[in-house]
Design a protein around this ligand. Structure first.
Ligand code: ZN
Length: 116
């Protein structure tokens, strides 16, 4: 449902009877509830996808520690990018954030390498 709200200054509103205003209000309330329900469904879908992705990352992730050489490459996992943190370190951070969110506890945003 898509209904455009005319600007308040639009005299059209001033010509509405109380009954017409009430009917408009009921229509908008319906549109609002539809939008909220749509948002809830989208959120549930993304939550399921995020949960599956986190489980998959958890299975693929190597929990052994990263060790960076003098170039900034992770020799522990064979990661040869200095500008992007080792994917196993990023996976560890993401899994921690996911676990925190699932527990309902706050977590720190980002990390030092991403923020720097
Ligand atoms: Zn690593």
């Amino acid at each position: 449902m898509s209904t455009k709200i005319p600007p308040f200054e639009d005299s059209e509103w001033m010509n509405f009877s109380a009954k017409e205003l009430y009917e408009e209000m009921v229509k908008w309330r319906g549109a609002f509830h539809e939008a909220v329900e749509h948002g809830r469904n989208l959120f549930a879908s993304y939550k399921n996808i995020a949960s599956s992705a986190a489980a998959l990352i958890g299975d693929l992730h190597d929990d052994s520690p990263c060790w960076y050489d003098h170039h900034g490459y992770c020799q522990g996992h064979g990661w040869m990018e200095a500008d992007i943190e080792c994917p196993h370190a990023r996976a560890k951070t993401l899994l921690k954030k996911t676990a925190d969110i699932q527990k309902g506890t706050p977590h720190e945003q980002g990390n030092a390498r991403e923020d720097g």
